[in-house]
Design a protein. Structure first.
Length: 306
């Protein structure tokens, strides 16, 4: 009701539709529905523009407006002190500060408090995201900041922090903005690396691959598909290009055949880990980084996400 009222005040005599569909993020916009309705714009709440977009978010006369939503609360008392104690335990002096978009307003506060305690925190930067921002498939600030000796992720759950831990080889701490709890992700990372390497080893003898291509606007990645396709061909293997909008176990099982030994998901690198990583699937399902490592025979260093 609040959004309806606010938009109606600005856009008089404009018909507003609210999408009841879920959204995985800025990569998942309701383009088809908007064009079906003849809409002139999509207003997407909760995220910033997608940083890894390979195709345009402005299609014909359809405009896409991103409205990020920020957490208005404050960190519980003693949160940064607790964080500082954890940094001392891991002998970190220059932590990199990052957060998912809703908690970005807390990053400067944490930086300032840590500086008072003698630390030298760095706010993560990337070319296409806000200062300090990370998303589940883009951890470029962690890769571009070489001087950081640890990473602090401000997030209410483990999703973004786990991705950071799989990207950054050093210590990764998660600061919960609601409870002030500080979690060291190193044990969690070790657990998942064992799971992912086991999955990669299952794909080691694959001679035919199913390359899963995402049809959602932000998850269609032709450049990554092309890289994987070329590497598979170079290795003398076969591949099948499989197009899908939303991937789940049932869809793969329904399509699966003896002609395919392993799958690589190019749409979203979190799907093999978060959706297929808990229960063992009949065939290996890898991220692009994992698949390229296996195909090239270079598995010494784990590649995430791409």
């Amino acid at each position: 009701e609040c959004i309806q009222k606010s938009l109606s005040e600005v856009l008089a005599d404009t018909e507003i539709y609210f999408s009841m569909e879920g959204s995985f993020g800025a990569c998942d916009l309701r383009i088809f529905e908007a064009k079906l309705l003849g809409a002139q714009a999509i207003v997407h709440f909760g995220h910033t523009e997608y940083s890894l977009q390979e195709t345009v978010t402005e299609i014909e006369d359809l405009k896409v407006i991103f409205v990020p939503a920020y957490y208005k609360g404050h960190l519980p008392p003693g949160s940064v002190l607790n964080l500082g104690s954890n940094l001392k335990e891991i002998a970190s002096e220059k932590p990199l500060l990052v957060a998912s978009v809703q908690y970005l307003k807390l990053v400067p506060t944490v930086k300032e408090e840590l500086e008072k305690m003698g630390f030298k925190p760095i706010i993560g930067k990337s070319k296409k995201m806000l200062p300090g921002q990370i998303i589940g498939c883009d951890y470029s600030p962690l890769l571009s900041t070489k001087e950081a000796d640890s990473v602090i992720v401000i997030s209410g759950g483990i999703f973004h922090a786990l991705g950071a831990a799989l990207t950054f080889s050093g210590p990764v701490l998660r600061l919960d903005p609601y409870t002030g709890y500080v979690e060291d992700l190193r044990k969690e990372r070790d657990y998942w690396l064992k799971r992912r390497y086991a999955e990669m080893m299952r794909a080691k003898n694959a001679t035919s691959w199913g390359i899963i291509v995402g049809s959602l606007l932000g998850q269609y990645r032709p450049s990554i598909v092309e890289i994987i396709r070329k590497e598979i061909s170079k290795a003398g293997m076969r591949y099948y290009l499989l197009l899908v909008s939303t991937l789940n176990k049932e869809r793969i099982l329904n399509f699966d055949s003896d002609a395919i030994d392993a799958y690589v998901v190019t749409s979203c690198p979190r799907i093999p880990i978060d959706d297929f990583g808990i229960d063992t699937f009949p065939k290996p399902i890898l991220t692009p980084g994992e698949a390229l490592s296996v195909i090239k025979g270079k598995t010494e260093v784990y590649r995430f996400p791409w």
